[in-house]
Design a protein around this ligand. Structure first.
Ligand SMILES: Nc1nc2cc3nc(NCCc4ccc(CCO)cc4)[nH]c3cc2c(=O)[nH]1
Ligand SMILES: [Zn+2]
Length: 373
C-alpha cells in the first residue's frame, strides 16, 4: 500500500478531521494544500524554496507533460521527482479536465477523448489506459483516475451518462495500473450538483480498491454555496480511512469550508496565478501590490506573516518590481502567497486539534473581509 491515511481526530465543533497521509516520498499532516507545478515546476519557485516554506506535496499534470517534454523523456530521467529535483510527494492529475479546459475540437466517446494538441494543433487521443501509462512513466506517488469533469451546469441526463462512463473508465484505470505497490491511485467522484448521481458515483468508486478519493466536478464556476452543499452530501459517502481530495480549490474561504466538510487535500493554481499579476493574499484580505497607494509603503506585504518575503522586502519594493515586470517581483509574491496558504492550513490543523475550527472560521472571515456584503 504506497499511500496510507491515518485519522488522528475529528473536530468536535465541525466535521473537519486531522490526519496524516504517508507516501513513498514522505508524509504530511492534513488538511493540506498542494502547490501546482503543471509543467514540472511550481512557476518561479525552486524545490529548495518549496521545501523551506513547508510544502510537502505538489501537483503536476499528465496532459501537459505528455505533450511537452513527453513522458518518455521524464521516464528516462528517472521519473518526475528526479527530473525536477523534488524529493517530496507528487500527485498528478489525469488529463481529462485539462483536455476540456485547454483544447478545442474535443470528442468524448466510450474509448476515450479525441482532441487537438493545444500547442501543435495535431489530433490526439487520450484514454484511461493511456492516462495511467503516462502517470506510471512519470512515477508520481499519487495518480488520478481518468474521468470526465462535465461543464457546469449540465443536464441530469448528460450528468448520469457521464457518471456511468467515468465509473467504467475507473475500472479500466485500475486494470491498467502497472505498479500498484509503488504508486497510489485515487478515484474521482462526479455527479455535479445531483445528490443521487453523487451517491451512484461514490457507490461505484468505493466498491473499487482506490488508495483515496477525490471530489471532482467542482470549482467549475458553480456558486460557493452549491459547492458546500455538494460536499455536505458527498464526503460522508467516502471511506473514513482514506484521504479525501477536493480538486481545484484554493481560495482561503473555500479551503476552510472544505476542511469543515471533511476534505483532507486541496490544490489550486490560484495563489501562483494571481501572484503573477501582483495580487497577494494577506490576513487582512487581498492586496493588489501594484496599486499606487503602496509606492511609499515600506512595510511587509502582511504584518502578520513570518515568511522570508515579509521579513526582508517591502510593499514599495515589490510594487516597483511588479510594475517593472521584473521576474524577482513575481517570485516574491508567489513565495508569499504559497506560504500564506500553507500557513492557513497549519492554523486549520491547530484549530481542529483544539476543537474550535468554527470559531477560527468566523475570526478569519471577519479579518480577511469575507463577511463584507
Ligand atoms: N481529473 C479532474 N481534475 C479536475 C481539476 C479541476 N480543477 C478545477 N478547478 C480549477 C478552477 C480554477 C482555475 C483557474 C484559477 C486561477 C484564477 O482564475 C482558479 C481556479 N476543478 C477541477 C475538477 C477536476 C475533475 O473533476 N477531474
Ligand atoms: Zn509573507
Amino acid at each position: 500500500m504506497p499511500i496510507t491515511y491515518e485519522h488522528i481526530k475529528t473536530c468536535k465543533q465541525t466535521g473537519a478531521r486531522l490526519g496524516r497521509v504517508h507516501t513513498p516520498h514522505g508524509s504530511f499532516d492534513t488538511p493540506m494544500f498542494m502547490p501546482v507545478g503543471t509543467l514540472a515546476t511550481v512557476k518561479t519557485m525552486s524545490p529548495e524554496e518549496l521545501e523551506e516554506m513547508g510544502a510537502k506535496i505538489i501537483l503536476s499534470n499528465t496532459y501537459h507533460l505528455w505533450l511537452r517534454p513527453g513522458e518518455d523523456i521524464v521516464e528516462e530521467a528517472g521519473g518526475l521527482h528526479k527530473f525536477m529535483n523534488w524529493d517530496g510527494a507528487i500527485l498528478t492529475d489525469s488529463g481529462g479536465f485539462q483536455v476540456f479546459s485547454l483544447s478545442d475540437l474535443r470528442d468524448i466517446e466510450e474509448q476515450g477523448v479525441h482532441f487537438r494538441n493545444h500547442i501543435s494543433g495535431e489530433k490526439l487521443f487520450l484514454s484511461p489506459e493511456k492516462a495511467i501509462q503516462i502517470q506510471n512513466s512519470l512515477g508520481s506517488d499519487i495518480m488520478m483516475a481518468f474521468d470526465e469533469c462535465p461543464p457546469y451546469p449540465a443536464s441530469h441526463d448528460y450528468m448520469k451518462a457521464s457518471v456511468e462512463r467515468t465509473s467504467r473508465w475507473a475500472e479500466r484505470c485500475l486494470a491498467a495500473h502497472k505498479r500498484p505497490e509503488e504508486q497510489g491511485l485515487f478515484g474521482i467522484v462526479q455527479g455535479g450538483e445531483y445528490e443521487e448521481l453523487r451517491r451512484q458515483s461514490a457507490r461505484d468508486l468505493t466498491s473499487l480498491d482506490f488508495s483515496g478519493y477525490a471530489v471532482g466536478g467542482l470549482s467549475v464556476g458553480e456558486p460557493k454555496d452549491v459547492m458546500n452543499k455538494v460536499l455536505e452530501f458527498t464526503t460522508p459517502l467516502l471511506p473514513t480511512n482514506k484521504p479525501r481530495y477536493l480538486m481545484g480549490v484554493g481560495s482561503p474561504d473555500s479551503l476552510i469550508d472544505g476542511a469543515i466538510r471533511g476534505i483532507d487535500m486541496f490544490d489550486c493554481v490560484l495563489p501562483t496565478r494571481v501572484a503573477r499579476n501582483g495580487t497577494c493574499m494577506t490576513s487582512n484580505g487581498r492586496l493588489v501590490v501594484r496599486n499606487a497607494k503602496y509606492a511609499r509603503d515600506f512595510g511587509p506585504l502582511d504584518e502578520n506573516c513570518g515568511c522570508h518575503v515579509c521579513r526582508n522586502y517591502s510593499r514599495a519594493y515589490i510594487r516597483h518590481l511588479i510594475k517593472a515586470n521584473e521576474t524577482f517581483g513575481f517570485r516574491l509574491t508567489t513565495y508569499h502567497n504559497l506560504y500564506f496558504l500553507l500557513e492557513l492550513m497549519m492554523q486549520v490543523r491547530e484549530a481542529i486539534k483544539e476543537d474550535r475550527l468554527g470559531d477560527f472560521r468566523e475570526e478569519f472571515f471577519e479579518q480577511y473581509g469575507f463577511n463584507k456584503p
